[in-house]
Design a protein around this ligand. Structure first.
Ligand code: ZN
Ligand code: ZN
Length: 356
């Protein structure tokens, strides 16, 4: 099914073959989970996996339907035999995932082929999820949700950001995560004003905002969750800012519909934050697709967000306000777009007030 869709795209672009090198794309098409330990060649008739000794056994198990070609040296050096045998002339490559050196090697290995740069071909297929994929993502979401519920009971003033981050990671790993989907963020007080601060030695205090952004990987699929809390009494800024971010998020989740562009979806939340006077403090897009990668298509953003949102797409809705010197508030859910709007998959509490 996935291969058929890719083959339609190959035909439309006049390509004899596609060389797939991005790990998540290889996993999506073949099931192979060995990262960059292989390359795939797909033509209208053939599906060939080129790998070496180290991944041979794994490839046979994970991609039994693929023709396995074992490379004795570098993977690209096994390609001339494959392209000659399959009669490939025009071959697409993933231009975003090939280094200059790799492109050089590829051109040397395939002097008789025309190498055509291709952007986002498999990524576009990945953007619309099957129900099985949505189930895997949901399992990853449940883990992050319960890690957050756990941390609210665990976190105390006087703890370092790193202790809290490690507790979140330990919780997810010991409850079934393959790994964490990115470096967990615990941004307390002024650190929270940096949207992608990770964790520091800073000691958490009562009364300040604490931004926590975490995710798990389950069966290859990622989750992504942000919540902001305050332990004890917050200041007035926190109440206003939190209320604004939450209103923007809830409004967007209620209004985003199939057929909108990512940019239009972003605008629904942004309008509320701009009206509240915090437009300058919301400097990132509203959301991003989530799947085998924690950041993937579609873009739900005022930047390059012209992609049209379709049923089956899974993406985050994560407005935020960041005030240098004070801190930040971000609230992030994952939704799946259905015919009639967003189904919110994230269930973690949005109650920000944690008693001292
Ligand atoms: Zn996140
Ligand atoms: Zn995110």
């Amino acid at each position: 099914m996935r291969l058929n869709k890719l083959r339609e795209k190959l035909a439309a672009d006049g390509l004899d073959a596609m060389l797939v090198t991005r790990p998540q794309n290889m996993r999506y098409l073949s099931g192979f989970s060995g990262g960059d330990g292989a390359v795939l060649v797909v033509t209208q008739q053939a599906a060939v996996a080129v790998t070496g000794f180290i991944y041979r056994e794994q490839m046979q198990r994970e991609a039994p339907d693929w023709e396995l070609v074992e490379a004795k040296g570098r993977l690209f050096h096994a390609l001339p035999e494959v392209t000659a045998r399959l009669g490939v002339r025009r071959i697409g490559f993933e231009s975003t995932y090939l280094t200059v050196d790799q492109h050089h090697d590829l051109a040397e290995a395939l002097p008789d082929c025309q190498l055509v740069p291709v952007k986002g071909m498999v990524e576009e297929l990945r953007a619309v999820k099957s129900e099985e994929e949505i189930e895997a993502i949901t399992r990853a979401i449940v883990l992050a949700d319960s890690a957050f519920a756990h941390i609210v009971k665990f976190i105390r003033p006087g703890m370092k950001e790193r202790e809290v981050g490690w507790e979140l990671e330990k919780y997810m790993r010991s409850h079934g995560a393959d790994k964490v989907s990115f470096d967990i963020i615990v941004g307390s007080g002024p650190n929270g004003a940096m949207p992608h601060a990770t964790q520091s030695e800073r000691v958490i205090r009562a009364g300040e905002p604490i931004v926590m952004d975490l995710g798990a990987v389950v069966d290859g699929y990622c989750s992504d969750l942000t919540r902001t809390i305050v332990i004890g009494e917050p200041d007035d800024t926190f109440r206003t800012v939190y209320d604004t971010v939450l209103r923007a998020q809830v409004h967007a989740e209620a209004k985003i519909m199939p057929g909108m562009t990512g940019e239009e979806a972003d605008g629904i939340a942004r309008e509320i934050i701009v009206e509240a006077g915090y437009g300058e403090a919301f400097g990132h897009g509203l959301g991003h697709g989530v799947g085998l990668a924690v950041h993937e298509s579609p873009r739900v953003s005022y930047m390059q967000g012209e992609n049209v949102l379709q049923p089956g797409m899974v993406f985050t809705v994560e407005p935020g306000i960041y005030l240098p010197g004070w801190g930040g508030v971000r609230i992030e859910d994952i939704v799946v777009l259905r015919e009639d709007g967003c189904q919110v998959l994230t269930k973690a509490s949005k109650e920000p007030f944690v008693p001292l």
